[in-house]
Ligand binder design. Structure first.
Ligand SMILES: Cc1cc2nc3c(=O)[nH]c(=O)nc-3n(C[C@H](O)[C@H](O)[C@H](O)COP(=O)(O)OP(=O)(O)OC[C@H]3O[C@@H](n4cnc5c(N)ncnc54)[C@H](O)[C@@H]3O)c2cc1C
Length: 317
C-alpha cells in the first residue's frame, strides 16, 4: 500500500478494490488504489490522478473490460485505472464519403461501438459485434476475429501519458502485430481516451446480418461461463485449442478452474477459482502440449499484479 491519501479532489479513488469485480474471469486480488474513469468526466480527473501517481512514484496499470487479463491473487501494486464509458456515443465525419471517420471514447464497449457504426451504414467493424471489452482494450490488444482486426480500421487516438500530458498517437506509433501493440507491451505508456477509426460505407441491413452471423457463431463455439477468452496464442499453422484437446485435456480441472469442455483454449471459472488455479491449469496444458507435440504455447492472456515469487519465476518467458 502506498503512503498518504490521493491529493486530487476531482477523482474518486478507492483503496483496496478487489479486481475480481473488474475482470471477466472474476479472478484477482485488490488494487492498492482504483479509479474508474469515463467520457463523462473528461480527461482532467485522469490527468490529475496520473500526475499524483507520477509525483508519488506510484505504479500505474490501465484496464478496460478486464476481458484479456489474469490478475494475481496478491492484487496489483499502485493505481489501477479502469476506463469505462457505458453508452456508445459516436461522432461521424463524412467529409470524405468513401472513408468516413468515427470518433468514440476508449471506454465504450467495443461491441456497442461496432454495432452503432453498422447501424449508421459504416462498414469494417462487424467482426467486433459480440466481442467482450472496450474500444481502448481492442486498440491496445489489436483485437480481431473472422479475418478482421483493429489495426485495419484504427486511425489515431489521444493517449494521456503517465506524466499527465496528452499526445496523439497514429497507426505507425502503435507497432501493431498479431494481437499486439506498443501500448500492450508497455513501450508506449499511457491511457487511451478518444479513439478515431476510418471505416467505409455499407448497407446497414447487410452489416447487421453479417454481425449477427458472427455473434451467433461466437455463442455456439465459445463457452458462456466466466473466462478471459483464448488463454494461448495459436502457434503458426495450428490452433492452441486443437492441441490441448488432442492431449485429452477438455474438462481438466484444478481447484475451480477448468479447461472448457466447449473450447479447449478457454479456461473457465467454475465459481471461486483463484488466479493460481487458472495458472496451474494453463501450465499443465503447456506441459502436455510440449511433451506430446514439441510446441511451446505462449500465453495470450496478460498476467498482471503481484505473483508469488515461485509463480513469477516459472512464467517469465
Ligand atoms: C469470451 C471471450 C471471447 C473473446 N474473444 C476474442 C476474440 O475473438 N478476439 C480477440 O482479439 N480477443 C478476444 N477476447 C479477448 C478480449 O475480449 C479482447 O482482447 C479485448 O479487446 C480486450 O479489451 P478489454 O477492454 O477487456 O481490455 P483489458 O483486458 O482490460 O486490457 C487489455 C490490454 O489493453 C490495455 N488497455 C485497456 N484499455 C486501455 C486504455 N483505455 N488505454 C490504454 N490501454 C488500455 C490494458 O492495459 C491491457 O494491456 C475474448 C475474451 C473473452 C472473455
Amino acid at each position: 500500500m502506498t503512503a498518504g491519501v490521493p491529493v486530487t479532489d476531482r477523482a474518486a479513488m478507492i483503496a483496496n478494490e478487489p479486481l475480481r469485480r473488474h475482470t471477466t474471469l472474476h479472478v484477482g486480488g485488490p488494487a492498492d488504489w482504483f479509479l474508474k474513469i469515463g467520457a463523462a468526466q473528461g480527461d482532467e480527473p485522469l490527468r490529475d490522478a496520473l500526475r499524483w501517481a507520477a509525483s508519488e512514484g506510484v505504479p500505474v496499470t490501465v484496464i478496460g473490460g478486464g476481458s484479456n487479463m489474469l490478475v494475481a491473487d496478491g492484487g496489483v501494486a499502485g493505481l489501477v485505472i479502469k476506463v469505462l464509458t457505458p453508452r456508445p456515443m459516436i461522432q461521424i465525419d463524412r467529409t470524405d464519403p468513401a472513408a468516413p471517420i468515427v470518433t468514440g471514447h476508449a471506454g465504450m464497449l467495443i461491441s456497442g461501438f461496432a454495432e452503432a457504426c453498422g447501424e449508421r451504414g459504416l462498414a469494417g467493424l462487424e467482426w467486433a459485434v459480440g466481442l467482450p471489452g472496450t474500444l481502448g482494450g481492442a486498440v491496445a490488444n489489436n483485437a480481431g476475429a473472422h479475418g478482421g482486426e483493429m489495426s485495419t480500421s484504427f486511425l489515431d487516438a489521444t493517449l494521456i501519458r503517465y506524466d499527465g500530458t496528452p499526445e496523439i498517437v497514429t497507426l505507425g506509433d502503435l507497432a501493431y502485430t498479431y494481437r499486439h501493440s506498443a501500448i500492450k507491451d508497455g513501450t508506449r505508456r499511457g491511457v487511451l481516451t478518444t479513439v478515431r477509426v476510418r471505416l467505409s460505407p455499407g448497407d446497414p441491413a447487410q452489416l447487421r446480418a453479417r454481425a449477427g452471423e458472427y455473434h451467433a457463431w461466437r455463442k455456439g463455439a465459445q463457452p458462456q461461463a466466466a473466462s478471459a477468452g483464448s488463454l494461448f496464442q495459436n502457434p503458426p499453422g495450428d490452433a492452441a485449442g486443437r492441441l490441448i484437446e488432442a492431449c485429452g485435456l477438455k474438462g481438466f480441472t484444478v481447484g475451480q478452474a477448468q479447461v472448457s469442455p466447449v473450447h479447449a483454449n478457454f479456461i473457465v471459472n467454475l465459481g471461486k477459482a483463484s488466479a493460481a488455479d487458472v495458472l496451474a491449469v494453463g501450465d499443465h496444458c503447456r506441459a502436455c502440449v510440449r511433451a506430446q507435440f514439441g510446441i511451446e504455447l505462449q500465453y495470450e492472456v496478460q498476467r498482471i499484479g503481484r505473483w508469488a515469487a515461485r509463480e513469477a519465476e516459472q512464467h517469465d518467458e
